[in-house]
Design a protein around this ligand. Structure first.
Ligand SMILES: NC(=O)C1=CN([C@@H]2O[C@H](COP(=O)(O)OP(=O)(O)OC[C@H]3O[C@@H](n4cnc5c(N)ncnc54)[C@H](OP(=O)(O)O)[C@@H]3O)[C@@H](O)[C@H]2O)C=CC1
Ligand SMILES: CC(=O)N[C@@H](CCC(=O)OP(=O)(O)O)C(=O)O
Length: 311
């Protein structure tokens, strides 16, 4: 019998993109809720407990409620929301984060799908903290821009229905964004980073940037040392690509949409030995959400990890 997968929140932005990736699959069965019952708690509970894997693509409160509905001890939950990312009892679904992370994900019943910005941030910073190139207490800043689909259906409507005239705006000005605790926990930093996100008038794709004044970092690591540590951390990974320095040097500018419709996460080390610009480029709906959820699903079910995903 094929494993059954239920997407709670299939009609939303993340859910739709997961369904699109799963509908063509012959190695699993996607079970869907009837459109007029998609917020009916009893029907959701029935399908949640019928599924081998349920993927939650819901606002945080609805995701917490969905988890409380799980009574089948065999059901694996992959939560795409922020609700459980730093909760105990949940495994962080970033397979490339450590060499042993896939085995931990495959054994887990509760998997939190990483946030879109944290995926880029953790990918850039964790290997540097782990290898000691960056002290854990370094005051890190992370600047980022996302397409408007990052805000789900309400933000898509805001931009596409011209409720806003904004073309580019910065936000989370009060330093209260939901992502820094997750960034801190999984990067290994001892403080939350300073996070300055922006959103632009384009649908999807993001750039996450960590500027590093290498001249001031203890031990004065060179740009090539940073690049070497990142290259070693992701050697052999299909979806995380560290771009060679010579290739990065030939680039004059970088488009945030360059990884769209893929599960690829690209890492660049731009700049000089004095001032490095670490950049992660990804699709907020690819490796930043739906692609990562499918990757985690594949790992949880012991299927080909790349099934349904584009590099
Ligand atoms: N968009 C992105 O780039 C990313 C999103 N995420 C996370 O994924 C989750 C979903 O986000 P996203 O897809 O963007 O959001 P959307 O707003 O596009 O979709 C959310 C869906 O959940 C449905 N929903 C809301 N409440 C309930 C409920 N009580 N029961 C059943 N369904 C409900 C909504 O219904 P309705 O259609 O009626 O509004 C909607 O279809 C969020 O937690 C978000 O943080 C994670 C990474 C990136
Ligand atoms: C442009 C925009 O608003 N982006 C969202 C982040 C995307 C998201 O939904 O957050 P998760 O990745 O944690 O699920 C925000 O900043 O809140």
């Amino acid at each position: 019998m094929l494993p059954k997968v239920f997407i709670d929140g299939e009609a939303g932005t993340t859910g739709l993109q997961i369904a699109e990736r799963l509908k063509v699959r012959t190695d699993l069965e996607l079970i869907s809720i009837h459109a007029d019952k998609r917020k009916d708690v009893d029907e959701r509970a029935r399908l949640i407990n019928k599924a081998d894997v349920v993927i939650l693509c819901l606002p945080d409160d609805a995701a917490r409620l969905a988890v409380s509905l799980v009574s089948n001890p065999n059901t694996v939950v992959i939560d795409a929301s922020t609700a459980h990312r730093v909760s105990s009892g949940w495994v962080y679904g970033f397979a490339e984060m450590d060499r042993g992370q896939r085995a931990i994900i495959s054994a887990a019943k509760r998997i939190s799908n990483p946030g879109c910005y944290p995926t880029g941030f953790v990918a850039l910073v964790r290997p540097l903290v782990k290898t000691g190139l960056l002290p854990a207490d370094w005051p890190v800043t992370v600047n980022a821009v996302s397409g408007y689909s990052g805000g789900g259906k309400p933000m898509i409507a805001e931009f596409e229905d011209r409720e806003t005239q904004d073309n580019f705006r910065i936000y989370a000005l009060g330093q209260q964004h939901k992502h820094p605790p997750e960034m801190k926990k999984f990067s290994g930093l001892s403080h939350v980073p300073m996070f300055t996100p922006a959103v632009g008038r384009y649908a999807q794709g993001m750039i996450v940037e960590v500027p590093l004044p290498l001249w001031a970092v203890p031990g004065k690591p060179k740009r090539k040392d940073i690049h070497k540590a990142l290259t070693a951390a992701y050697a052999g990974e299909a979806f995380v690509k560290v771009i060679p320095l010579a290739e990065a040097d030939a680039i004059k500018s970088l488009d945030a949409e360059g990884c769209n419709d893929t599960n690829r996460l690209e890492i660049y080390v731009f700049g000089t030995d004095e001032q490095a610009r670490l950049v992660a480029r990804l699709d907020n709906l690819g490796k930043g959400a739906s692609g990562a959820a499918v990757q985690n699903l594949n790992i949880a079910l012991g299927l080909d990890e790349g099934a349904g995903l584009k590099v």
